[in-house]
Design a protein around this ligand. Sequence first.
Ligand SMILES: Nc1ncnc2c1ncn2[C@@H]1O[C@H](COP(=O)(O)OP(=O)(O)OP(=O)(O)O)[C@@H](O)[C@H]1O
Ligand SMILES: O=P(O)(O)OC[C@H]1O[C@H](OP(=O)(O)OP(=O)(O)O)[C@H](O)[C@@H]1O
Length: 200
Amino acid sequence: MITIALSKGRLLKSFLNYLEQNGHPRWHGALKSAQRELLVETEGIRFLLVKGDDVPTYVEEGIAELGITGSDILAENGTDVNELLELPFGRCHFALASKEELPEYRTIATKYVNYAKSVFDRSEKPVKIIKLNGSVELAAVIGMADAIVDIVQSGETLRMNGLQERVVLDPINARLIANKHAFFTRSAEIRAFINELRVN
Ligand SMILES: Nc1ncnc2c1ncn2[C@@H]1O[C@H](COP(=O)(O)OP(=O)(O)OP(=O)(O)O)[C@@H](O)[C@H]1O
Ligand SMILES: O=P(O)(O)OC[C@H]1O[C@H](OP(=O)(O)OP(=O)(O)O)[C@H](O)[C@@H]1O
């Protein structure tokens, strides 16, 4: 039995929509009808429904052979796993956004501290990074930070809070990752699962 760790929030919804339009694999129904279950076992596949941030941990630890999570999380966490595929859903991007355009942004609020540090690596003056866990836009609205580094998808959250995108940073999409050991020892099952995803 192969085990796959999945991000259980909005990424799971886009995954299910993707499957519905791309071959409807035999395990799609069971996954779709999961309500609060965190473990779904069907047709020889076991899905672990976890926080996106935790997907790489389950895979690195070998609890799951495969995982699906956002490239934003991989960029932030730097886990030791094999990145197998870019998946055609969960598309959005990182951006630097602020209320006003400034010559330089010295205080940045973000959930993605490591990623934000890498963005400001080459800046001449030191940048202070404030870690927040959500509602990051608020920090720029109330002046706790000059700007934010966050995910933008529709742009609606920025608009509704009077912020503007100043720099478009890296694109984000869903990724299929594998445990480094399982990549060799379970390659046939991994290949079979990838075939069912019908990613060109
Ligand atoms: N508008 C968006 N906001 C946040 N993430 C998005 C957006 N659009 C796509 N994504 C992708 O979805 C992922 C978040 O997915 P998901 O909601 O499943 O994560 P989660 O950790 O289970 O939930 P949450 O952190 O919201 O409680 C992000 O890591 C990113 O790759
Ligand atoms: O461009 P949009 O389509 O508006 O999407 C972007 C928003 O969605 C995410 O927040 P989320 O809803 O996950 O809530 P959070 O503030 O708790 O992270 C992200 O952090 C942005 O705030």
